[in-house]
Design a protein around this ligand. Structure first.
Ligand code: C2E
Ligand code: MG
Ligand code: MG
Ligand code: MG
Length: 287
């Protein structure tokens, strides 16, 4: 339904738009309160080195424990919190919590090099002028060495590479933090832009990995991505590895690291501690 307003302008405001707006406001209010009430939790997914099988660290993944709806996955609330700006305080909470937790684990489970933590950062966070200052503060407060922190930024974010973005990435890297490009291969970018970005590693998107061993073409794509990354001195993490065959292929293609249900799904804090304890011989034995 369209309504004519004052000076002959048409205001288009249909019911579905109104419903969407109401839903977004509800989620935002709920989420804002949940953040205050500490209802967000982090799960941690192990990342291992393909060559040795060694555990090298974890990716922190946020979950929302809703008072009525139970556990809600980030795909249901990250986008909304980006639109409303709530991702800024939410993201800082995630970062602080993840750094603090990893600092504790580094003490409890000392290995060389120390376990690292990977944290997802949304583009909206990078637009904050003082973002790298905030990261620095969190590292100081928690005592986590900067080299143990990896920030994941999706390829979609970096494809719109503005001067401001590059500046933000540079100042993060100056802190000694590593930068990863997440969901690599889904951003429709040319591979050539990689050498102009201050990046330490890329994470090959699950969509390519899941076709490994099924479609011949995806093997070629994965191989090309890995080779290019290596020529640029960039390491490669494969995400969404679910089967032995995918694991074997990636190892053959000299991909460095992997993450996926084949090793473990994301785990809560207690399950992480059981995971480390239960596999210590295997994980830390092969040097
Ligand atoms: P992502 O960063 O690409 O994270 C990987 C996602 O794939 C996770 O979903 C993980 O549970 C899932 N996954 C891992 N291994 C496998 C596998 O072998 N098979 C399959 N089918 N899935 C696998 P999750 O936890 O639902 O997170 C979804 C996305 O939400 C993340 O994608 C990330 O973009 C975003 N996200 C999660 N936590 C945060 C956060 O704290 N901040 C921001 N900005 N985004 C976050
Ligand atoms: Mg990620
Ligand atoms: Mg990813
Ligand atoms: Mg992904």
């Amino acid at each position: 339904e369209a309504k004519q307003s004052g000076r002959g302008k048409w205001l288009v405001f249909d019911e579905s738009m109104r419903d969407e707006l109401i839903r977004r406001m509800e989620v935002e209010n709920d989420l804002r309160r949940s953040l205050e009430e500490n209802r967000l939790v982090l799960h941690y997914q192990p990342i291992t080195e393909l060559k040795s099988g060694k555990l090298i660290g974890f990716e922190a993944l946020v979950r929302w424990i809703h008072p009525r709806r139970g556990m809600i996955w980030p795909t249901e609330f990250i986008e909304i919190s980006e639109k409303t700006g709530l991702i800024v305080p939410l993201g800082l909470w995630v970062l602080r919590q993840a750094c603090w937790q990893m600092r504790l684990w580094q003490e409890r489970f000392p290995v060389t090099p120390p376990l690292m933590i990977s944290v997802n950062i949304s583009p909206r966070q990078l637009e904050e002028a003082d973002f790298s200052e905030q990261v620095k503060k969190i590292l100081e407060e928690t005592g986590l060495p900067p080299s143990s922190l990896r920030l994941e930024i999706t390829e979609h974010t970096v494809v719109q590479r503005s001067g401001a973005l590059i500046e933000a990435l540079d100042s993060l890297r100056m802190l000694g933090v590593q930068l990863y490009i997440d969901d690599f291969g889904t951003g429709y970018s040319s591979l050539g832009y990689l050498d102009r970005l201050p990046v330490d590693a890329i994470k090959i998107d699950r969509s390519f990995v899941s076709n490994l061993g099924k479609a011949k073409s995806s093997q070629g794509v994965v191989q090309a991505i890995i080779q290019l990354a290596h020529e640029l001195n960039i390491e490669v993490v494969a995400e969404g590895v679910e089967t032995f065959e995918q694991h074997r292929e990636l190892k053959r293609l000299q991909c460095e690291f992997m993450q996926g249900f084949y090793i473990s799904e994301p785990l809560d804090v207690h399950a992480v501690e059981r995971f480390i304890a239960g596999r210590s011989g295997f994980v830390f034995g092969a040097d």
